[in-house]
Design a binder for this molecule. Structure first.
Ligand code: ATP
Length: 453
């Protein structure tokens, strides 16, 4: 299933992420916490851009979706009813030779014999089920009665609050409830950088409908979600839609698609789009003995709605954006000699910093004052970065490497010293083409906004 693997490319990406402050290992100075990551100054901007755009497209631009933000600590009854306490587990095997804990599907098979992928050992334990949920205790007593879980997905709080949200929003079917937030899974083997973490963020929509609309809405949401990825800069030919076969689908689902992306470590899931029937609401209705039915005023019918769920990972989307954006090309250095240029070709909409602003010389008060004036002019519209240190070429390279799509340089022309007609114009440079044009300062907000949105 996997596309071409490119470990050297992945290594460069991981190293750039650390060097430029996108992603750091959690608790690094203490040796790191496996499966947890911290986003640095640029990573947090990129992540916010992903979440904000998702929210804009799925909530603000629609009449039929409202948002919510549920708690992470979850009542055990919720996760019993949803089936997570019983069944949210991965099959695990231990290697008795090197003591590795392995997910059963990670074993390698040589000449029909299963082996440990780390040491080649064949002395393996039986398969046992390992529940992926993190358990904790509420309050001072740590016994059965105080158990709570960190949610393994955001979806369940949406189902549990279905009735409340329905009442306050007065929506008619079909309508959705969206949520972005943290989820936790005690993955047996966190790996591939942030791709499989123990703490991660999800963007989930539960789109409620009538039973007869389920299959059609599954197709609709799959297409909407593909468009979303294209609109943030992941081309269609890097996305793959996998129809999850009957025997791999959750028993209650009538159809599931996995949207996959070709990462440098292979083709892997970004998002699942599933038609979950009325399973979740019915389970919670049964377990809580509270009605989660919808009343149709026209037909006077009462029924439990069905649901289609597009469920995406924020961290996986961020990683896909970085992998997609990473590129190297050739550009002349200060002396005109060609050198390798590292560029993150983010879609301007996603780029952490939208525009770099540079005075040509830092010791010229007039140039500096003009450049700072441009910072003030652009700041209400976008996140910009002021930089006055080093040669201008180096400042461009630093912005290229973090994916800043535009750069503005204030030079002597801006001051109108040589040609009065150029007064209050600047050099506007494009990251990808490296082309430079002259633009009036007052037009910058409009020009840049048009190119970013
Ligand atoms: P996988 O098969 O890769 O473990 P899954 O099918 O269990 O994923 P879902 O339960 O469908 O994943 O979760 C929805 C989305 O949440 C996934 O598509 C992914 O983007 C994200 N996600 C799930 N588990 C993780 C994880 N351990 N780390 C980062 N993101 C995750």
């Amino acid at each position: 299933m996997s596309d071409e693997h490119d470990p050297p490319r992945m290594e460069k990406i991981v190293s750039l992420c650390k060097r430029r402050g996108f992603i750091f290992q959690s608790s690094e100075i203490y040796g790191g916490l496996n499966g947890a990551w911290d986003y640095g100054p640029l990573g947090v901007e990129l992540k916010r851009n992903v979440k904000n755009y998702w929210w804009q497209v799925l909530v603000h631009e629609r009449d039929d979706v409202v948002g919510m933000d549920g708690s992470i600590l979850t009542h055990p009854a919720v996760l019993k009813a949803s089936g997570h306490v019983e069944g949210f587990s991965d099959p695990m095997i231990d290697c008795r030779t090197c003591k590795a804990h392995l997910r059963a599907d990670q074993l390698v098979e040589k000449k029909g014999v299963k082996q440990c992928p780390h040491c080649g050992g064949k002395d393996l334990t039986e398969v046992r089920q390992f529940n992926l949920m993190f358990e904790t205790h509420l309050g001072a007593t740590a016994d059965e009665s105080s158990i709570a879980y960190l949610r393994p997905e955001t979806a369940q709080s949406i189902f549990v609050q279905f009735k409340n949200v329905l009442e306050v929003s007065r929506k008619k079917l079909p309508f959705g409830i969206a949520q972005i937030g943290k989820a936790f899974r005690n993955e047996i083997n966190p790996r591939n950088f942030t791709f499989r973490s123990r703490e991660f963020e999800q963007m989930e929509l539960e789109y409620f409908c009538r039973a007869e609309q389920g299959m059609e809405l599954l197709e609709y949401w799959k297409e909407e979600r593909l468009k979303f990825y294209e609109n943030i800069g992941i081309p269609r030919d890097k996305l793959h839609v996998m129809t999850v076969p009957d025997d791999e689908r959750a028993f209650y689902s009538k159809g599931t698609y996995d949207i996959e992306y070709s990462f440098p470590f292979g083709r892997q899931e970004l998002e699942g789009v599933a038609y979950r029937t009325d399973y979740d609401l019915s389970q919670h209705q049964k377990a809580s003995a509270k009605s989660l039915e919808y009343f149709d005023e026209e037909t006077k019918q009462r029924f439990v709605p069905h649901v289609v769920e597009p469920s995406a990972g924020v961290d996986r989307t961020v990683l896909a954006l970085i992998c997609e954006a990473y590129s190297e090309d050739e550009a002349p250095d200060e002396k005109g000699k060609m050198e390798t240029r590292v560029v993150l070709r983010f879609h301007p909409r996603m780029a952490p910093v939208k525009c770099g602003i540079f005075p040509l010389l830092k010791n010229n008060p007039q140039l500096v004052a003009k450049a700072k004036g441009i910072v003030d002019l652009l700041r209400p519209h976008m996140f910009v970065f002021y930089d006055e240190s080093g040669a201008i070429g180096r400042r461009y390279r630093r912005q290229d490497e973090i994916g800043t799509p535009f750069a503005v340089t204030v030079d002597f022309e801006t001051l109108g010293e040589k040609d009065a007609s150029l007064r209050d114009t600047v050099t506007l440079r494009d990251r990808d083409s490296m082309k430079q044009e002259r633009a009036a300062i007052q037009d910058l907000p409009a020009i840049l906004r048009e190119r970013i949105e």
